[in-house]
Every structure is written in C-alpha cells, then in structure tokens.
Design a protein around this ligand. Sequence first.
Ligand code: DUC
Ligand code: ZN
Ligand code: ZN
Length: 470
Amino acid sequence: MQDTMLNKLDLVIRGGTVVSGQDVVEADIGVADGRIVALAEGLPQARDEIDAKGQIVMPGGVDVHAHIEQVSATGLMTADDWQSATTAAALGGTTTVLAFAAQHRSMRLSEVVADYTRRAAAGAVIDYGFHLMIGNPDPLTLETELPALIDAGHRSVKVFMTYDRLSVSDEHILDVLEIAKRHGALVCVHAENHGMIAWMSRKLLAEGKIAPKYHARAHPRLSELEAVRRVIDLARLVGAPVSIFHVSTREGVAAIRAAVGDGAEVYAETCPQYLFLTADDLDKPGLEGAKWMFSPPPRGHADQAALWQGLRRGDLQILSSDHAPYAYDDSGKLKHGPDATFKEIANGVPGIGARLALAFDAMAHDGPRGLVRFAEVTAANPARIYGMAPAKGVITIGADADLVLWDPDQHRTLTDADVQDRAGYTPYAGCTVRGWPRTVLRRGAVIVRDAVLCARPGSGRMIARQTPGL
Ligand code: DUC
Ligand code: ZN
Ligand code: ZN
C-alpha cells in the first residue's frame, strides 16, 4: 500500500481480532471512501479511530431470507416495515438483507418491484436487494418482466411448491429455471409437497385436532424430502443451479448431499428456528404455540444435529433468518380469533435481530475454525451465492467496509421486552447468548454505536447484483 493512500485513511479500526476469509489475524483495518483499503498491523493514525481491542471484527452479516413489509397471499401485512426490520437487523449485526418483492396472483411483477423498491428506499438503514417472488407465472411475467428485471440486477427468483395461493406447477418451475439460467439468476425454492400437507391437514382438522401443535404434524417430514428431490430433478433437467430454502430435516440434508455427490448444482440454507427450536415448542396452552408456528415446522433433536453437521460439511452453505414477523395479536397471529385452527394462523417467526447472536454463541467460541465458519455461513457464502461478492460478506481489500465488532464476553438473555423488531416477542426468549455486536459499520459509516442505532432511514442502498458466483 502506498504511503499516499495510507495518509488518506478516513478511519482505522485498531487492534481487533479480524476474521478475514480463512484467516483470523490481529490487524488494524483502514477505511477510505467506505471501502477497506488496508489490513495490517500498525496503520497510521486516521481522522477517525475505533478501538477494537478485545473484540472480534467480523464481516457485516448478510441475511438472504427475510420477509419485510410484505403482504401475504391472504392479505396479511408483516409486523415490520423496512425501517423497523432493518433497524433490528443492524442492531443484531446484519448490514445486508435480501427480502422479497412478492407477486401474487393477477399482479404485475414490474409494478410489484417498483412498489417494494420505493418502500425499501424510504426506510432501509442497511443495504438490500430483492428476490423476485413469482406467484403469477403468466406469459407476460415469464417472457417479458422476469428477464428484464433479472438483467436489471435482481438476480434471484423465488418459487413455492406449496401454499394454495402461491404454489406454481412443476412446468412453471421448469420455465422459471430456464429463464433464470439464460439470464443469470438463481432460483430459490420453498420445497414442501403440497398434496401431503393438504391431506394431513384435512385429516387432522376432521379429527378436531386444531391446536398450533398440529401444524407440525400437518407438515410431514416426507413432504420436505419429496419436494427437495423433485425440485433438484427439475433443475437437473434444465441444467440450472437451484437453492433450497429453510431445510428442516435430516432427510432433506441427506438428499441434498447425495444429489451434489451425483453432480447436481444445489445450494441450501437452514435457519436458527431449525437449529434451536423443536416441534415441542408448539405444544403450549391455547394459541400460545402460534408464536412458534412457521413452515416448514421445527423438527427434533436428531434433525438439529444433522443440520449442524450439514453446515460444518458444507452441504448447507447459508444460515438465514427467514424473518417473517407477525405480532401475537389480532393484527397478526390472532387475526382469526381465539378459536382459529392451525390452518388459519399466519406462518412465520421473527429472527432478523437474533440470527447472528444465536449463531455466534453456538459457533464462535470454538477457536479460529468456529470463527471462520460463522463468517462463512452468515456472510461470505450468502454474499457469493447471491451475486454480492466481492463487495459484501468478507473483510478484504476492496470490499465495502461492512464490519461488526463483537464483544465476545458480553452475555445477554433474550427477552420479549428487548426485541427491536415489531413482532413484539422472540421465539428464543430465555436463551442466554455469549457475545454481542457492539459496533456496526455499513460502508464505513458507524450505524450502531454501543448497541444504539445511529443511521438515517433511507440510508441503506439497493445492491445491483451480479450473476451469482456459484
Ligand atoms: N414460511 C415461509 O415459507 N415463509 C415465511 C415464513 C414461514 O413460516
Ligand atoms: Zn418458505
Ligand atoms: Zn420465507
């Protein structure tokens, strides 16, 4: 690095333990114009300095699965808007998010994207992008709007294999895979077998089994396995890569591992709710279990172990939040009143703020390998797989200075009272985590100082993504 450049540093983050790619090093980080320009010990004094001694400096979290200010197919709005969701994200150490631009039946995709773009631009405090969610795969969507939007930098597309008002046929999934392949986007899939879920639900309801705990029974583990295998085969027919969202079962992980071993190009994520919760969490008096209702549902301890192993072995590359916040009142979970069946209760849990602290507690206290793996699954891999590298997800020269200073010694017990999003509760209440993000920088600007937000709504930027670097 030339001396002239070193003399122009805007900021030095000094004396931290830096997790940079595969390395964990003691180094200072020099920042100029929002980018990392130096990574070495003993950098010269800059205009601004942040003391990182005793702290672990991680890349800003990249959360590639969040539902923000999104209207569901049944017309229910998530509890968060862009400002509240990204505030919770930032306070939890996440500096980049991919949410959904959700097209429902009869909607025009280009209008949906324009609408979500306008709202995100007004509220976001972190950088963001959209998965194009296809709920109306008509010729205009597929032949005109989708290619144009991918070419404009929206380089991922979401399809559902279940939900009455969202699922698309295998033929349409093949169309989407082919268009995505041609234009350079990645298709992400909610993979559950619709018929199995509908059939199980009908039987349970007929037997009067309506409580939230039956939601888990209504989504048999086989429904994930069947859909995962099917969509991988659809992708193989087209010769396109595919990304499987929120894997919940050990059979799902095994199917993905087997397909990759057989030459398929498959990427996969899991989420904290599958690593830290089980189906027993839904078994609460009255409708209380609704707070733990999401799809696919949480499973058992053997599944948790298989998911952790999948993350370690790289069968699953990504740990996302699937933040889908609905308040526990009549604006959200309780919209259909006290006698609602599990079929009538909105699916989803908040988690955009808790994702990293839960993962840090579980992964980052096992030495350098744990630190590197944490950075990979929460930042580097999602950024690369979704076309945001090299600017996002890693601490390296030239990358955006999206940085989180973690205090590894700060212990916190998660409580409903402390949640920053607008769900008003956390499914992890009572969990104590070791480690908390104290300072968060986005493109070199401090957006969280001593765990307090200091960013202006609308200061987050839309990321024009590249063709996914798979
Ligand atoms: N399941 C989804 O597929 N999306 C949002 C939340 C959920 O539970
Ligand atoms: Zn989903
Ligand atoms: Zn989701």
